[in-house]
Write a protein that binds this ligand. Structure first.
Ligand code: ZN
Length: 561
């Protein structure tokens, strides 16, 4: 009886907690069981994931059904990011988003293509009127795909509130079986205070994790003193997919009292970049592991719940502490980590030295660094803390620290190129030198007279690079003067190995034709069912331009009847 009462209590609490989110309003956008390759707010490069990634059985072309009635409020088609994306706004104020689509349902597809042909552009963004494309619940709205930045076929599905803030779609009652608690791959302790230390060291320490038979964890006993903080690497997986996804909630308890909470229910896009402050950014850059800090070093993220000590632990000499971390997935499977901390003061340790350079950046001031032909403008509040940067210019190469400190805002890099001969100035761009091999990667570059500028939130090495090579163009599924009567698609491979493809324009007998661009396969595709190619003899002309303005023209003949 007692057990039954307790269950009822838990049940009613759960229903109450969810009740602000309608439970039966949204249905699944797919006809297959939901298996996830990504969860809401899971940690990604420079952002929190803003929806669910629903697996599509390694296939494209699955029917996407509207999760509820409403109208198409936005359509965006882009080379990168979401690829083809559809936004449906519902009468209750929420908007559902469907991204990386292969194509839209026929009526929407026709609406989009009409505008692509009148704008003569594959990429576009539309905001239809509420009466233009009215949608009923469960209506076919699109087919799943792999477009834009997607690396494997899946549906990216979001639910946003009326202020464009993404919410965890799981709050709306989607059924995803999950019987396994989150797993923990690392725990670190950070000495924070000036006199703080952990295991007789003043630098961050990895703690040995000891799994228990019930799936929980302890760590080796810790000796520490002063103000310290803890960070963990953790993931969750659901029942029907092996993917390592994000967790739902993390709480900490110091001697039984709750001391910190990360709650991944909702965030706004303008705060998503603060993920780089939530994680140990340097650790991520060096080890490719997301360590989430369980202490708040001035991070404005709304998923961090306010607690009086901001999650820090103050360890006194000769005192014992029990610090517990509880990690939950959405189905409330908890994993606990227990840390026994022994307060032992050690005065013989040297405090860690902060490398001092001549380039001090006060975070609340604007700073300009300048040497030779290069200048760097750092606006106030670009950094979270005051920092000493490494800054060196060798010829046209700028070394601006390593990419181990997160930035809140863009800096502006300026390179004077007046010492280059005039004819090649047009071919220059700013490149970020990436990786050990310092591979040059095009950075969006503006040209103002004899100065190139780029805006970036990434420290590291930058240089002036030159692109004199025009893009390459090769037909992929046909030859010159071929009959293509039974062909549905015309496919052409385009590539630019230096600054990269900027745009392209294809015409048949002088008329613009829509060609969809997939940057991952470097392929342009025209669909003959657009009905534009109607003559027997066809002259195809394609002009492809790279990011510094080199262009190539390709012309061929094909026949159809
Ligand atoms: Zn996604």
């Amino acid at each position: 009886m007692k057990l039954v009462l307790f269950s009822c209590f838990i049940y009613s609490f759960f229903i109450h907690a969810q009740s602000q989110y309608p439970q039966d309003y949204f249905s699944s956008p797919l006809e297959i069981p939901i298996a996830l390759s990504g969860t809401f707010a899971e940690l990604r490069s420079n952002h929190f994931h803003s929806g669910l990634d629903i697996k599509t059985q390694q296939r494209v072309g699955l029917k996407i059904l509207a999760a509820a009635e409403g109208y198409v409020s936005r359509i965006k088609v882009s080379f990168f990011g979401y690829g083809k994306a559809l936004y449906v706004t519902h009468p209750n104020g929420y908007t559902t988003v469907y991204a990386h689509l292969q194509k839209f349902a026929p009526a929407i597809e026709a609406y989009v293509k009409k505008r692509q042909y009148s704008k003569e552009s594959y990429q576009l963004e539309l905001f239809p009127q509420p009466e233009d494309l009215v949608i009923s619940k469960g209506e076919l709205v699109a087919y799943s795909g792999n477009s834009g930045g997607s690396l494997a076929p899946h549906l990216h599905f979001e639910i946003r509130d009326n202020q464009e803030r993404p919410l965890n779609p799981m709050l709306f009652g989607f059924d995803v079986k999950d019987t396994t608690p989150p797993f923990v791959s690392a725990v670190y302790a950070y000495p924070i205070g000036e006199d703080a230390h952990v295991n007789h060291a003043t630098t961050k320490q990895r703690l040995r994790l000891i799994p228990s038979q019930y799936g929980d964890y302890t760590t080796e006993k810790i000796n520490a003193y002063g103000k310290i903080g803890i960070a963990i690497a953790t993931n969750d997986r659901q029942d029907h997919a092996p993917n390592k996804n994000g967790v739902y909630n993390i709480q900490t308890f110091l001697n039984g009292t709750k001391s910190y909470e990360l709650d991944f229910k909702q965030f706004s896009f303008d705060e998503t970049r603060h993920i780089n402050r939530l994680i140990d950014y340097k650790h991520y850059k060096e080890k490719k592991q997301y360590l989430q800090k369980l202490f708040n070093d001035t991070n404005p993220l709304s998923i961090i719940k306010p607690y009086s000590n901001d999650g820090y632990i103050s360890i006194k000499d000769s005192t014992s502490y029990v610090y517990k971390i509880k990690i939950n997935d959405f189905k409330n499977n908890p994993s606990w980590i227990t840390l026994d901390i022994n307060g032992i003061r050690n005065d013989s340790l040297e405090p860690p030295t902060i490398p001092v350079t001549p380039y001090f950046i006060a975070s609340n001031q604007t700073t300009e660094l300048r040497e030779g032909s290069v200048s760097v403008n750092i606006y106030k509040n670009t950094f979270y803390d005051d920092v000493y940067l490494d800054f060196e210019v060798q010829g046209d190469t700028l070394m601006l620290h390593d990419d181990i400190i997160p930035l809140k805002k863009n800096m502006t890099l300026s390179f004077d190129i007046s010492h280059y001969p005039a004819p090649i100035r047009d071919k220059l761009y700013i490149a970020n030198l990436v990786g050990r091999k310092k591979y040059p990667v095009y950075t969006s570059t503006k040209r103002e007279g004899q100065v190139l500028t780029a805006r970036t939130k990434k420290l590291g090495a930058y240089t002036i690079a030159m692109d004199t090579l025009s893009p390459t163009i090769q037909p992929r599924n046909f030859k010159d003067k071929q009959w293509l009567s039974n062909y549905r698609f015309l496919k052409i491979r385009i590539n630019d190995s230096e600054s990269g493809i900027s745009n392209y324009r294809a015409t048949v007998n002088g008329k613009w034709i829509l060609m969809e661009y997939d940057y991952k396969t470097k392929t342009l595709t025209h669909d003959f069912s657009d009905g534009i190619v109607s003559e027997t003899k066809n002259n195809l002309k394609l002009i492809v331009t790279d990011n510094v303005g080199n262009s190539s023209t390709f012309e061929t003949l094909f026949y159809r009847k």
